[in-house]
Design a protein around this ligand. Structure first.
Ligand code: GDP
Length: 166
């Protein structure tokens, strides 16, 4: 991780959501792989992505996948209604397997494709508020809000876990 550079903490963050919503591109955009938080600590991030819609028969695989993850980006495509409609299943999956304090950001990717929008910002925001998730719309293509998504999740993880003196 973090190219062997010296960091103070390493947090595992997973990216999940339906296939083709843009998880790989979000990761590619977020290439720098390291943050400084208030110049107090440098944080490295270990990433894993999961592309396929979960089915119950994959449960054994899933537990290992989520183990140790302190943050998650739950990604849908704003032009694909189905990818948003599957979010509750992904969330249930995540909450069933991950650390109970996991920090979750709902990410509506492909915000550059406004003309093809199939999920309103209001619907997503409402869902995020109901489920206590952070929420941002991103464009991996235009580099909009990608850094912001990771920064928000990492800052929150840091806040939670620095209280526990990790
Ligand atoms: P994954 O299966 O979730 O990892 O999805 P990918 O990252 O492979 O992206 C799927 C497709 O969506 C690719 O053709 C990407 O180029 C495209 N894509 C990803 N992010 C964006 C974005 O922000 N805007 C647009 N217009 N296309 C995107």
């Amino acid at each position: 991780m973090a190219g062997g550079e010296k960091v103070d903490y390493v947090f595992k963050v997973v990216l999940i959501g339906d296939s083709a919503v843009g998880k790989s591109q979000i990761l590619a955009r977020f290439a720098r792989n390291e943050f400084s938080l208030d110049s107090k600590a440098t944080i490295g991030v270990e990433f894993q992505t999961r592309t396929l819609l979960i089915d119950h028969k994959y449960r054994a695989v899933t537990s290992a996948y989520y183990r140790g993850a302190l943050g998650a980006l739950l990604v849908y495509d704003i032009t694909k209604r189905q990818s948003f409609d599957h979010i509750p299943r992904w969330l249930e999956e995540l909450r069933g397997h991950a650390d109970k304090n996991i920090v979750i950001m709902l990410v509506g990717n492909k915000s550059d494709l406004e003309d093809e929008r199939a999920v309103s910002t209001e619907d997503a925001k409402e869902f995020a508020e109901k489920e206590n998730l952070f929420f941002l719309e991103t464009s991996a293509m235009q580099a909009t809000n990608v850094e912001n998504s990771f920064q928000t999740v990492l800052s929150e993880i840091f806040k939670i876990h620095s209280k526990k003196n990790i």
